[in-house]
Write a protein that binds this ligand. Structure first.
Ligand code: TTP
Ligand code: MG
Length: 585
């Protein structure tokens, strides 16, 4: 947690300037009652107008100095706190970017968003307040007591006794509120989660008429947040009157003892007035201190939550034996007895998987839903680590590649097309740094989306994603294929990416892909697509049921024959397989 605050180091000078200005302001504030005492005792009581004028002038001058110091302090405080917030946001963002999938499972997206926004703001506000008033409050407290001691140490003893009681109470509140506010931030995560899910699933909610249900869910999360916040604030609210009570008793005591001493002639009226004045200032500071405690407790909770993200160990990093010179040259892929299991799951999703794909060849992967197709291809760009066996690219274990050069050579088209807010060009060009206009158009043409784009209102400059035009499922799929193609990858992975395309468009796409001479993995449910590939891999519940050419599989894989039967009519079946349907079962 302290690491989070240590980023303030970069702003040492500005912080020093802000603190110096605070001290200046504080000095003026502490001198004022002293001057007031002088004006009363030497000016008013002795009817000396000259003294009143002189010290009145000094007080005015000091007030102007304090004003200027205050403005300058605000300037520095704002500078430090805003930059500090900016730094932390950037660091958290970069850290999250480096997360592996396993890391992501630990932090829900909504929680990461709260941490990057609300928690950073809490820290920012606290830093601003610290520089602006936080230091002033404890110093004014201590300074008030010290000045009182200087004015009249006997009378000031009352304050000296009251102070430890106040401090003990304050530290107790600080500790208790810290834990309470951590709960508050967790509840805020909850509210954000419901909100996020709702905004993303708006169409579904409307179609299913689940508005009331969702409203209830939101209300519940929101209510939990309210209850937690109220109970945390109550602690602070109760603490203010308690502190003021102690101080008021002290002031009464000072007045009582002071009056007696004045009548005995052992103390001047101005001195009593000064000490009472200091006591009132201390009282007003206590209210501020309560606010500060609240801010600090919140900041402590937020710093803890941000620290959790920053301290997360990225488990999928490069090891010592990484060969920095390695890069994908051919795109040969081989799986050797690969077994893989998701860290959060109990069972292996892939077991003893072995196969290989030659340079420039296409492998179709088939299998029922949940059989492990997506999991299998995720292992090639090393999004997850295998538990057993090896994944080799160009004959080298993927673990030996620098992650960047490994992933640079791979184009991924995920099962669910993801578009970013921006123009069509930006979305396609996203696949390759500094992609030229021509490269983008060429990729779009090959992905069979060029004609569709030409019909959009602003063609390639049309905005898609949020607040842009909506595209159909198949259009999104083809945009993400174009995004992968623009990379000119050595290995291309299409995860069910042609599912929404009609046969004719799909055929054109597959023909266009041939000229890319990249090793291609096509996950598909369609036999017609699979037949275009050099070989087909059939997965069944995480195991390789069969692997070979279409002709080979017709002889060796009952599962494949079944799929062929179910997808083709009798005549087509005969044409595709070369034998009558009845003879195959
Ligand atoms: P997948 O590999 O996603 O199965 P699939 O791609 O063959 O299925 P589909 O055709 O529907 O796309 O999942 C295999 C198993 O792994 C499944 O039981 C769910 C599980 N799984 C996880 O536990 N975590 C994950 O992140 C993913 C993707 C899958
Ligand atoms: Mg899948």
């Amino acid at each position: 947690m302290w690491k989070v605050f240590s980023y303030l180091k970069a702003y040492r000078l500005a912080i020093a300037a802000a603190l110096f200005l605070t001290l200046l302001e504080l000095g003026v504030e502490l001198l004022q009652p002293l001057i007031m005492a002088k004006i009363i005792d030497q000016g008013i009581l002795k009817s000396d107008l000259g003294v009143v004028k002189l010290w009145g002038g000094v007080m005015f001058g000091l007030a102007i100095i304090a004003f200027i110091a205050g403005v300058a302090n605000s300037f520095f405080s704002a500078h430090v706190s805003q930059n500090y917030g900016f730094d932390i946001r950037r660091r958290v963002f970069e850290k999250v970017q480096s997360f592996s999938f396993v890391n992501f499972n630990k932090f829900p997206a909504s929680s990461l968003i709260t941490r990057m926004t609300n928690d950073v703001t809490q820290l920012q506000n606290t830093v601003f307040m610290s520089l602006r008033i936080m230091l002033r409050a404890p110093l004014l407290l201590a300074g008030g007591v010290i000045m009182s001691l200087i004015v009249n140490w006997k009378l000031a003893m009352v304050l000296v006794v009251a102070l430890p009681i106040l401090l003990f109470f304050l530290s107790w509140v600080l500790k208790k509120a810290g834990t309470m506010f951590r709960d508050v931030q967790d509840k805020l995560d909850g509210v954000n989660r419901v909100m996020r899910e709702n905004l993303m699933g708006m169409r579904l909610i409307k179609a299913f008429l689940r508005r009331d249900h969702e409203s209830d869910r939101f209300e519940q999360a929101s209510d939990e947040l309210k209850t937690k916040t109220v109970s945390s604030l109550r602690l602070i609210e109760v603490s203010i009157p308690a502190l003021l009570f102690v101080m008021n008793v002290a002031i009464l005591l000072i007045l009582w003892i002071g009056t007696k001493q004045v009548s005995l002639g052992s103390i001047a009226v101005g001195e009593v007035v000064a000490i009472v004045n200091y006591s009132f200032r201390i009282s007003s500071v206590l209210t501020i201190i309560s606010f500060i405690i609240m801010a600090f407790s919140r900041a402590k909770a937020s710093a803890h939550r941000i620290g959790e993200v920053l301290d997360t160990e990225v488990d999928l990093s490069e090891s010592a034996d990484t060969d920095q010179s390695l890069a994908i040259k051919k795109g040969v892929v081989e799986f050797k007895h690969v077994t893989f299991q998701y860290p959060e799951s109990e069972v292996a999703v892939l077991q003893d998987v072995s196969f290989s794909v030659k340079e420039g060849e296409t492998l179709a992967i088939m299998g029922s839903t949940g059989s492990g197709k997506t999991s299998l291809v995720q292992l090639i760009p090393r999004l997850y680590e295998v538990n057993d066996g090896q994944v080799l690219v160009d004959g080298q274990d993927v673990k030996l590649y620098p992650i960047e050069s490994l992933r640079n050579g791979i184009g991924v088209v995920p099962q669910e097309a993801v578009l970013f807010t921006g123009s069509v060009t930006e979305n396609i060009g996203w696949g390759k740094e500094h992609a030229t206009e021509e490269e983008v158009v060429a990729a779009a043409k090959d992905a069979q989306i060029h004609e569709t784009i030409e019909k959009l209102p602003n063609k390639y400059e049309t905005r898609v994603g949020q607040r842009g035009v909506n595209l159909s499922g198949g259009q999104k799929q083809r945009l993400s294929i174009a995004r992968a193609l623009v990379r000119q990858p050595k290995i291309l992975m299409l995860d069910d990416s042609t599912s929404a395309l009609d046969l004719k468009t799909e055929g054109k796409l597959l023909t266009a892909l041939r000229k890319y001479s990249c090793t291609t993995f096509i996950i598909t449910q369609k036999i017609s697509t699979a037949m275009e590939a050099n070989r087909i891999l059939i997965l069944d519940d995480g195991r390789v049921e069969a692997w070979g050419t279409h002709e080979e599989l017709l002889k060796t894989s009952p599962l494949y024959v079944k799929m062929v039967q179910s997808q083709f009519g009798e005549e087509e079946f005969q044409h595709v397989t070369g034998f009558k349907q009845t003879s195959s079962t």
